[in-house]
Unconditional design. Sequence first.
Length: 428
Amino acid sequence: MVSTFPNPASVDLSRIRLAIRSLQPQLVEWRRRLHQQPELGFQEKLTSEFVSQKLQEWGIDHQTAIAHTGIVATIKGNKLPTPIRLRSQQAASHSATLTASPLPTPQVLAIRADMDALPIQELNEVPYKSQHDGVMHACGHDGHTAIALGTAYYLQEHRQDFSGTVKIIFQPAEESPGGAKPMIEAGVLKNPDVDAIIGLHLWNNLPLGTVGVRAGALMAAVECFNCTILGKGGHGALPHQTVDSVVVAAQIVNALQTIVARNVNPIDSAVVTVGELHAGTKRNVIADTARMSATVRYFNPSFKGFFHQRVEQIIAGICQSQGANYDLEYWSLYPPVINDIKIAELVRTVAEEVVETPMGIVPECQTMAAEDMSFFLQEVPGCYFFLGSANPAKDLAYPHHHPRFDFDETALGMGVEMFVRCVEKFFS
């Protein structure tokens, strides 16, 4: 298949790679500094100051304190866009004379990177171990920030190689409660208006040297609920005098699994997981109340509202049949991550150049994990992709959110190369 995103004749791929390889030591240094000073969502003060300091050092225009700690950097290319050559209407019937149309309006491509860490105590014994007790970069966001910084530095030094504008969005609070939506509300996709957006996630579910990219649904929507079952407590030897909240809760947990098993088309994917269930204080006392917390995941946007309805129907029906009452709190956190077909193709064609083998492209890379990059993708077409970062030979293959999570830092340079080539190919 011939790609609709060929490389422009002016792009020297070997030149890009050599320049980025020379950045690798700085990428590692930046990432390790960030790793030592992890900060939770909307508290990324040190991280934000470090990013702003670097951007200022390189002469890159940027805004700070967006949605508390977010930053948006703007880099304008110096290369003039190529005029589109068209046949003149007068000459079309006599010859093949061509005329130049006005220069096309420069486009705007955004690159997004998240900056926050997790409330996890790091167990790695490395020189760059977290210095903040109980907080750790256990999901690779320190790497994302370093990659975005490297991309900003490269693009600023090579503005002659692209004709549009690149906005680099350093976003707070991806893990929770979500920084993408408040950044959008603050206008990060405006002035100038963003035409497309890309982002990546270092991914220890894929080996180093691979890229996971697909059009359509990549990551799931996430919804949550808390439910308290209100029964009637009593003595364990006299159950007829009670409404046992534990029995009611057990029936509800089992019945909730029928939503996916019997209400969702088997072609679709969905998950209902009750992760917490708390009730009772003593073995011979029937609990007055039982509390459960759960998460719901799905890819298909048409399911929005469906699970809330079915969850409440099941809880209400079982409680009514058992003489119990309930208190349900249900909310939507993030929508699904849906990649645009055309921008996903752009990323795929770049990935084929960066990983240098078709076997390194993983198209079926969906996960039920969620990401608030989805809010950006609801506003403008774009693509979020996975960059393989696991290296079992170096004991760098622990899963995300594990207290021993770490990744092969070779992936940092690959991430910069992916972004840089996407920029130059997008504007070509």
